[in-house]
Write a protein that binds this ligand. Structure first.
Ligand SMILES: Cc1cc2nc3c(=O)[nH]c(=O)nc-3n(C[C@H](O)[C@H](O)[C@H](O)COP(=O)(O)OP(=O)(O)OC[C@H]3O[C@@H](n4cnc5c(N)ncnc54)[C@H](O)[C@@H]3O)c2cc1C
Length: 466
């Protein structure tokens, strides 16, 4: 028999599982599909995790009680969530940081652009890359065998029990196994199939960009579903952000976000507005704009601002298209100038400007234009003007494996006694749709730790029986 616990994946969920299993006394092997320099999956791109706390705690100010966290989740998911697993995640988020520190993760207060989440989210010093590196260092110290360039293609499963994993022609056995190999967001064929063809004959997913790793191809997810593991979630549900259309296909990360939507208007390639840009604070709305843009022709839109907006948002890495007049701007981005001017003129005429305040849901709104802009509606009239082309950026998909509070993979409602799942591969149990910033890492940390503990216990039990 090989190792006690085999962990498949190399991001936060896998590392949390490997560390817990090793701490519990099991021998652990971790298989990461990526080469060492690309290890860590999407977790390497993260900045923070959402934490419940009843009073100020080191970097977290005020309080963020369980009930408020739960209500936030309930709202964003529209109720498509498992309350038991959601509350388990929430409670675990209040106690995990000491353990994270023991494994070398440091926290820091948010920087000025992210002060709005100072109460709810704990930021990693050095970001997700530093977190992942710290966990790898700690795992090595604890004797975890780490193998890079080790993409698992399939598993041998007998009667709902894990038997072996295959990497190329190599068969790896273990007493128990944790699946933490991410969603299928990097698999463009699968995204294409899930999103299908629209009424314009387009395949929307062909224009999606992937914000994170190229290695989350969903190979094991597909394999497990084919093996009869119980599924959770819908293949088109994902965290999707509108990002700079010039971003690379993979791994653009957080710096490709375009954060000026609520300060201006957004038009599609037909120069029409299509959604209320001022519906709510940007941190609560940024994750819906990927889907909104995905529904537009060519899956492309343009965020338009004037110079009054400059300095009020985190500037993107690359400059926008700049012009002294609005018709010139339309021409430069290739939109029909007359239609663009009609859209902008109607919007400007509809603005009822009260007291502009980007830190509150202010009273600047439109009247008599569809769609309305309900807050921060100011005329776009002060040159120079700027346009940023945006496209949908997929963060991670929600289709996954159904689980319970033991993180067991289930077959026909029966939990496996030696196969466990964590992270994006099961996030859909908590996130049926929508998102609230930082909860991806809360889910991965909570379930990674549970899966590691359970896998170690099951392996050590087997060892004792043998
Ligand atoms: C740009 C960006 C920013 C984000 N910011 C935040 C944030 O600030 N806070 C937050 O909570 N969430 C954030 N997220 C979401 C967060 O990254 C995920 O929720 C979380 O990292 C998921 O962890 P995971 O371990 O399940 O997946 P990953 O970290 O993606 O790890 C999956 C691992 O599995 C490996 N793998 C895949 N297939 C195989 C295979 N067949 N065999 C072996 N290994 C395989 C991959 O190489 C990878 O190492 C962000 C995501 C992105 C893309």
């Amino acid at each position: 028999m090989g190792t006690d616990v085999l962990v498949i994946g190399g991001g936060n969920a896998a590392l949390c599982a490997a560390l817990m299993a090793a701490e519990a006394g099991a021998s652990v092997t971790l298989l990461e599909a990526a080469p060492r320099e690309w290890r860590g999956g999407n977790s390497g791109h993260t900045r923070n995790l959402r934490c419940m706390h009843d009073a100020p705690q080191d970097v977290l100010v005020e309080a963020y009680p369980e009930e408020e966290f739960w209500q936030d989740l309930l709202k964003v998911t529209g109720g498509i969530t498992n309350e038991k697993l959601a509350r388990l995640t929430i409670r675990a988020s209040s106690t995990c940081r000491d353990w994270m520190r023991q494994h070398g993760v440091h926290f820091q207060p948010p920087l000025s652009g992210a002060l709005h989440v100072a109460r709810t989210n704990a930021f990693f010093m050095g970001g997700g890359k530093a977190l992942v590196n710290a966990y790898y260092r700690s795992a090595e110290k604890l004797g975890v065998q780490i193998r890079y360039n080790a993409p698992v293609e399939r598993l041998e499963i007998e009667n709902g029990r894990f038997v072996a994993a295959w990497v190329g022609n190599e068969r790896l056995t273990a007493k128990t196994c944790v699946l933490a190999a991410g969603g299928f967001e990097s698999n463009r064929e699968w995204l294409r199939e899930a999103w299908g063809q629209n009424e314009r004959g387009e395949w929307p997913a062909d224009n999606f960009l992937i914000r994170g790793t190229r290695y989350n191809q969903g190979v094991l997810l597909k394999h497990m579903l084919a093996q009869g593991a119980d599924p959770i979630g819908d293949a088109t549900q994902a965290h999707m952000v509108a990002i700079d259309a010039r971003a690379p296909l993979y791994d653009g990360g957080i710096c490709t976000r375009i954060d000026c939507v609520s300060l201006g208007v957004v038009v599609n390639t037909e120069a029409q507005r299509f959604y209320d840009e001022g519906e709510d604070f940007w941190p609560k709305r940024y994750a819906i704009w990927g889907r909104l843009v995905a529904q537009q022709p060519g899956q492309t839109a343009y965020s338009i601002i004037d110079s009054k907006a400059i300095g009020r948002f985190m500037p993107p890495v690359f400059d926008g298209v700049k012009a002294d007049t609005l018709p010139e701007l339309a021409q430069k981005i290739g939109l029909d100038v007359d239609t663009f001017m009609q859209t902008l003129n109607s919007y400007n005429a509809a603005c009822r400007m009260g007291t502009f305040d980007h830190t509150t849901l202010d009273d600047c709104h439109t009247e008599g234009v569809t769609p309305a802009k309900t807050h921060w509606a100011r005329t776009i009239d002060t040159g120079p003007f700027y346009a940023y082309a945006v496209r949908p950026g997929v963060t991670f998909t929600y289709l996954g494996l159904e689980t319970d509070d033991t993180a067991a993979v289930r077959f026909g409602g029966v939990p496996s006694d030696n196969l466990f799942v964590a992270g994006e591969m099961m996030a859909g149990n908590v996130l049926g749709k929508g998102y609230t910033a930082g909860v991806g890492m809360s889910i991965g940390t909570a379930f990674g730790r549970i899966a590691g503990t359970q896998a170690a216990q099951a392996a050590l039990r087997q060892g004792a029986q043998a």
